[in-house]
Design a protein around this ligand. Structure first.
Ligand SMILES: Nc1ncnc2c1ncn2[C@@H]1O[C@H](COP(=O)(O)OP(=O)(O)OP(=O)(O)O)[C@@H](O)[C@H]1O
Ligand SMILES: [Mg+2]
Length: 191
């Protein structure tokens, strides 16, 4: 029984991930091409992207004291990619800088669709943006606002089916809720 359920879940998850990747790729998004799917074993064989994780690139720049504003173009494309995905009604679920690859020609690619889904609920889109912003803020401390600005510019350009400003308001709500919870936690520890 347990095994059956496990297998069913694995099949569902693998199918979900592969279907979303294939659909987004067919719409011209920078997602690795799916080459083969072994549903029973939960394996997706995909195109190999030769490059570095965006996180690793950023970390390298930070440690060599390089000005991170050189990432503004890259972050514009990151925002544009996420906006296009949301515009099609999908959310990624974990679009942090660890799930973007910058290839050898400086093009960005989005990977890891294990938590992705289809939803027209803007809250899901706001969570994506929130996770992306947080992943940058925890890595770098300078120029963060400029990089976020580039993301928002790209996002605004590609998110056509819904008012992107409304999504940004929801991002702010999520952020405030997070702060509120943190504050409550601190109060609790003091008590
Ligand atoms: N198409 C690809 N081309 C090149 N490298 C890839 C590709 N897909 C994944 N990787 C590499 O494998 C790592 C893990 O892949 P992925 O993010 O999809 O899985 P994960 O479940 O997040 O695993 P992890 O817990 O290691 O982050 C990525 O961080 C990246 O380095
Ligand atoms: Mg990952």
């Amino acid at each position: 029984m347990h095994n059956d359920l496990d297998k069913k879940l694995r099949i569902e998850r693998t199918l979900n991930e592969a279907k979303i990747m294939i659909h987004l790729r067919s719409q011209g998004l920078p997602v690795p091409a799916v080459l083969d799917v072994d549903i029973g074993n939960g394996i997706i064989v995909m195109e190999w992207i030769d490059g570095d994780l965006l996180r690793d690139r950023l970390l390298r720049s930070v440690s060599s004291r390089e000005n991170v504003s050189i990432y503004r173009d890259i972050f514009y494309f990151v925002g544009e990619t996420l906006g296009k995905i949301h515009d099609l009604g999908y959310y990624h679920g974990d679009p942090t800088v660890s799930n973007f690859i910058v290839d050898t020609t400086n093009r960005i690619w989005l990977i890891d669709f294990g938590l992705a889904g289809y939803s027209r609920d803007p809250e899901e889109w706001a969570v994506d943006l929130h996770l992306l912003f947080r992943s940058i803020e925890t890595l770098i401390h300078e120029e963060v606002e400029k990089l976020k600005e580039s993301i928002i510019k790209g996002y605004a350009e590609s998110m056509k089916s819904f008012n992107y400003k409304r999504v940004l308001e929801l991002v702010e709500d999520i952020r405030l809720r997070g702060r509120y919870i943190e504050k409550r936690r601190k109060i609790k520890t003091v008590w």
